[in-house]
Structure formats: C-alpha cells, structure tokens
Design a protein around this ligand. Sequence first.
Ligand code: HEC
Ligand code: HEC
Ligand code: HEC
Ligand code: HEC
Ligand code: HEC
Ligand code: HEC
Ligand code: HEC
Length: 404
Amino acid sequence: MYWRGTSKRFVLRFAAASLFFATIVICIFSVGLMRAQMATEDRLLYRGWWPRHSAPSADQYVGPAECAKCHAGKAATQKYTPMALTAQPVAESEILSKRDRLAFQSGKINYEMATTAGKSVYSVRDGSQTLSAPLTWLFGDGHVGQSYLFERDGNFFESRASYFDTLKGLDFTPGRKLTDAQNLEQAMARPVIGAELIRCFACHATASTIGDKLDRSRIIPGITCEACHGPGLKHAIAQKAAAAEGQVLESDQKDNNQETNAIFDPGKLSPADAVDFCGSCHGTWWDVKLAPPVGIANVRAQPYRLEKSRCWGKNGDARITCVACHDPHQKLVRDTAAYDKNCLSCHLATASTKPAADHPGSACKVGTKDCASCHMPKYELADFHYKFTDHDIRVVRQDAPFPE
Ligand code: HEC
Ligand code: HEC
Ligand code: HEC
Ligand code: HEC
Ligand code: HEC
Ligand code: HEC
Ligand code: HEC
C-alpha cells in the first residue's frame, strides 16, 4: 500500500510543518504580548543576569565587602536591611540567642527550641518519644517571623515550628500546620529537596546557585549586592584597573548586555521589567497567575497587586515602580505619610485643577495627606500573625471583599 504510505507521510509532514509554523507564529505573537511582564522561570531561561540566576562558577562573586570599598554609602545602609539579614547560619540568630528556651504545644505534641552557647537544638515530644536535631540555617530576619532548617543524612528539613515577632514565640510555620501527623517525624519537619531547596536559598541568599545546583561552599548569607546586581568580579577588576590609572570607568551601556557590561544596573530597566525584577523573589504578575497563592495570601505578592491597580495603567510608569517608593539599599520607611510625595507626583493635590499629561491622576475629595493609610489597606494573614500592606492601590469600600 505504497500510496497510502506516501499520503500518510505527506499528511504527517504537512501536519508537522503546519504545527511548526503555527508554533512560531504563536511564539512571536506571545513574545510580543508578554514582553511587558514575564514569569520568573521564563526570565531564568535567558543567559543574561536576573535575580535567582545560576552562575557558572562561585569565583565570579566577590562579596559585599569588596563592593563597599568603592560604594561605601550604599553598603553602609544595605547591610542592616531585612533583605541583607534574611538568611544566616543559626548560630547568628539574635532571636534564639536571646531566648534560651522557646516552646509551644499542639495536641499531644510539644515543640521546643533550646539554645546554649550559640547552639540551638530543636526537639519534638509526644509523651513517649522525643526527636531532636541541631538547627543549621535560619530564614527571615524575624521582624515578621523566622523559620529554621536542619540537616540529616545530607538532606534538608524545615522545622514545623517557626518564631513569630507578634507572638514573641513559636507557632506552626506558615502553610505547614499539621495536626494529624502519621508519626512524630512528620510532626517535626518537612523535607525540602530538589528545585524547592534551590529556590529557598536563591530567594534568601547570594551566590547559592552554581551550575544550576545548590552549592553551599561559597554561599553569602542574605540578599547582598550581587544577589541583585549579579556576580561582580569583572566589574570590580575593571574599575580597580581604571582607578589605578586615575580614571573612573563610566558605564556607557544603555542596556544590560552581559557581553559588554560588567555589572547589571536595574536602573536601566523599563517600568514593567523593573517591577518583574523585584518580582523575581516577591512574585510577578505571571508568577501569581501561573501558581497562585490563592485568596488573601496574594497580598504578599506586591508586584502582582501593584500591576492590578488603576495607578499602574497599561504599561506602568517610572513613578510607580517598586524603586520609586522603596530604596532597596535602605530600610523600609514605616511612616505611610512619607509616601504622599509619590502619590502626588501623579495625582493632583486639589480638585479644582484638571488631570494633565504630567499629572494623570485625579484629586481626592476626602483626604489631602497620608494617602496610603486609606488607599493601601493592611490585611492580617493569620498564618503569619502579621498585617501586610495591599499594593493594589484603590478606593476601599466598607465591607467590600478582598479583590483577588
Ligand atoms: C574599584 C572600585 C569599585 C568596586 C570594587 C565596585 N565598583 Fe561598582 N562602580 C564603580 C564606579 C567608579 C562606577 C561608575 C560610577 C558610578 O556609577 O558610581 C561603578 C558603577 C556601578 C554600578 C552602576 C552601573 C553602571 O554600569 O554604571 C553598579 C550597579 C555597581 N557599580 C555595583 C557594584 C557592585 C555590586 C560591586 C561589588 C560586586 C561593585 N560595584 C564594586 C567602582 C567600583
Ligand atoms: C520565590 C522566592 C522565595 C522563596 C522560594 C522562599 N521565600 Fe521566603 N520570602 C520571600 C520574600 C520576598 C519574603 C518577604 C516578602 C513578604 O512577606 O512581604 C519572604 C519572607 C520569608 C519569611 C518571613 C521573614 C520576615 O521576617 O519578614 C520567612 C520566615 C521565610 N520567607 C522563609 C522561607 C523558607 C524557609 C523558604 C524555603 C522553604 C522560603 N522562605 C522560600 C521569598 C521567597
Ligand atoms: C533575591 C530575592 C529578592 C529580590 C530580587 C528582592 N527582594 Fe525584597 N525581600 C526578599 C526577601 C527574602 C525579603 C524578606 C526579608 C526578611 O524580612 O527576612 C524581602 C523584603 C523586602 C522588603 C521588606 C523590608 C521590611 O523592612 O519589611 C522590601 C521593602 C523589599 N524587599 C523591597 C524590594 C525591592 C524594591 C526589590 C527590587 C529592587 C526587591 N525587594 C528585590 C527577597 C528579594
Ligand atoms: C534588592 C536588590 C538590590 C540589592 C541587594 C542591592 N541593589 Fe544596588 N540597585 C538596585 C536597583 C533596583 C538599582 C536601580 C535603582 C536605584 O538606583 O535604586 C540599584 C542601583 C545601584 C547603583 C547605581 C545607582 C546609583 O545610585 O549610582 C549602585 C552603584 C548600586 N546599586 C550598588 C549596590 C551595592 C554596592 C549593593 C550592596 C551593598 C547593592 N547595590 C545592593 C537593587 C539592589
Ligand atoms: C504613575 C502615576 C500614579 C501614581 C504614582 C499613583 N497613582 Fe493613583 N492613579 C493614577 C491614575 C492614572 C489613575 C486613574 C485615573 C484616576 O482615577 O485618577 C489612578 C487611580 C487612583 C485611585 C482610584 C482607583 C479606583 O479604584 O478607582 C486611587 C484611590 C489612587 N489612584 C490613589 C493613589 C495613591 C494613594 C497613590 C500613592 C500611594 C497613587 N495613587 C499613586 C496614577 C498614579
Ligand atoms: C506608591 C508607593 C509604593 C510602591 C510603588 C510600592 N510600595 Fe511597597 N510599600 C508602600 C507602603 C506605603 C508600604 C507600607 C509601609 C508601612 O506601613 O510600614 C509598603 C510596604 C512594603 C513591604 C513590607 C511588607 C508589607 O506588606 O508591609 C514590602 C515587602 C514592599 N512594600 C515591597 C514592594 C515591592 C516589591 C514593590 C514593587 C512591586 C512595591 N513595594 C511598590 C508603598 C509602595
Ligand atoms: C481618610 C481616608 C483618605 C485619605 C487620607 C485619602 N483618601 Fe483618597 N479617597 C478616600 C475615599 C473614601 C474615596 C472615595 C470617595 C468617593 O467616591 O466618594 C477617595 C477617592 C480617591 C480617588 C478617586 C477620585 C475619583 O473621584 O475617582 C483618588 C484618586 C484618591 N482618593 C487619591 C488620594 C490621594 C492622592 C490621597 C493623598 C493626597 C488621598 N486620596 C487621601 C479616602 C481617603
């Protein structure tokens, strides 16, 4: 049946070719559509630098002390930010070192963390049996909460108990509450393995992903300069050489092409890319769409919330990116009235004037100051024992449900 064979092959080839072209058309179309915002996993497929990207070798990282030699101002403040302190060896935990014993009870099970001379041991008891392990890594600077990892037989486990600042004590780790554990082991901790383990360290530390694997040999605890700006060896060498000749090597690059530019400057990103940049850890619009923290929990994904608000508009604006309101090299400003200048860079201050190109936002009929206190409400996440700020800037009607 030769002809049938040929025709079948032809049909198959034709189908394959159509599929191929259709795919190309869809790709071109969707790249055009998705240029504005992207999922972080897609960003990480590109060769160029992006936060959480793997580096081919740990040798390319120099550490924040090296950056501080030339950028003393930024280094002096950055090191005290919660981001810089967000992962540490447990021996560095001020929270645990100040409290020799922390405990909480759930049903028959007692959870305890006991600290002596910089060593913290986590124990779980159910009356007949006790399991213990020395804690190794802390996550979270603790102003919201602090979680702990320990290691056993080369594997990492996340303790089911975490510290919470508002409680000044322990409770279940957010999202990990378990009241019907099969055994004490399961009640004690949750294994953290593979891609999840890589992500944990990539979001909370620097120089942890080398060659697409978790490499702890030269890890820099916390989010330091190179977690955002990329490995800095090339830049430091070039600037040192220039300085030796009495020159300053000004960056003349308009983009962040890694072949020609030694350090990543997020200041050159478009508004949508700039928000995705912080979103690589804080959760971009697409990150939330593809793997949604459902319900009120998505209040923690500030990039998603912000891009949902009417202030963002279609393609954003430099006045409403994360860095317009927050300097990542400084501690968060806690006085909400301090953000009025950001709102008023777009919104009119008085109702008598009409919105214009440089002030596209209308004036408020209700208030003239402390705008964020009414338009960026705080929502308590019970798991976190903490109130988070909603970045979906809007008119909040009384008793209106949380807009997901
Ligand atoms: C030997 C001095 C020196 C060292 C070390 C150094 N820098 Fe720089 N850096 C400079 C100078 C000079 C400039 C250009 C002028 C400016 O913007 O301050 C610069 C510019 C930058 C810029 C702006 C981007 C650009 O292309 O202009 C960033 C971001 C940056 N440095 C980050 C870092 C980080 C992160 C480290 C550590 C990994 C580091 N620098 C280490 C001297 C240095
Ligand atoms: C995709 C990036 C990402 C991953 C993966 C991730 N975190 Fe986080 N984590 C964040 C960000 C961003 C915040 C702060 C944002 C917020 O809550 O507003 C945070 C906050 C925390 C806090 C609260 C700290 C505080 O006091 O503010 C703890 C504790 C924490 N993470 C532990 C962990 C642990 C343990 C893992 C792995 C099992 C993990 N995180 C995985 C990004 C990440
Ligand atoms: C490499 C991952 C990562 C990137 C990139 C990142 N963040 Fe964070 N950020 C975190 C983590 C983790 C925390 C939680 C720190 C803690 O409290 O332990 C955090 C916390 C914060 C906080 C809260 C600090 C406080 O005092 O409560 C602010 C504000 C913040 N980030 C802003 C930004 C901005 C703006 C950008 C982009 C310029 C950015 N972040 C990029 C991981 C990241
Ligand atoms: C959480 C991410 C993050 C971390 C951590 C971070 N930066 Fe930046 N940095 C940015 C962003 C975003 C910009 C561009 C917007 C701006 O200027 O604030 C920037 C801009 C810069 C610039 C150029 C802008 C200027 O004012 O000249 C320098 C230099 C710089 N950073 C150095 C550092 C150094 C040194 C460290 C460590 C001590 C550091 N950064 C840590 C995100 C970060
Ligand atoms: C980039 C410019 C820009 C910035 C910055 C900005 N807005 Fe807006 N905002 C707009 C535009 C444009 C609109 C839509 C037109 C209008 O309603 O005025 C809007 C709409 C609003 C609305 C009405 C939303 C609704 O649901 O109908 C509120 C409330 C608001 N903004 C408050 C704020 C507050 C508070 C801040 C500061 C925390 C702020 N905006 C920052 C541009 C901005
Ligand atoms: C128009 C100003 C504005 C913009 C833009 C903005 N923020 Fe905020 N952000 C605030 C205010 C106001 C607070 C609350 C400060 C307070 O009350 O302590 C806050 C708080 C935070 C916190 C602390 C946790 C919390 O929920 O209170 C984090 C983390 C944060 N912002 C991250 C971001 C990121 C990431 C972006 C970009 C997607 C961003 N912010 C854009 C105004 C802004
Ligand atoms: C005391 C709480 C409060 C404060 C403070 C406040 N607002 Fe409002 N705002 C409201 C309420 C309530 C409305 C809805 C008014 C209505 O529709 O009747 C509103 C409406 C708005 C609107 C929508 C206007 C329209 O006609 O569509 C904008 C924009 C806005 N506010 C911006 C701001 C800015 C900018 C500031 C700071 C300069 C601010 N607000 C301060 C409560 C407040």
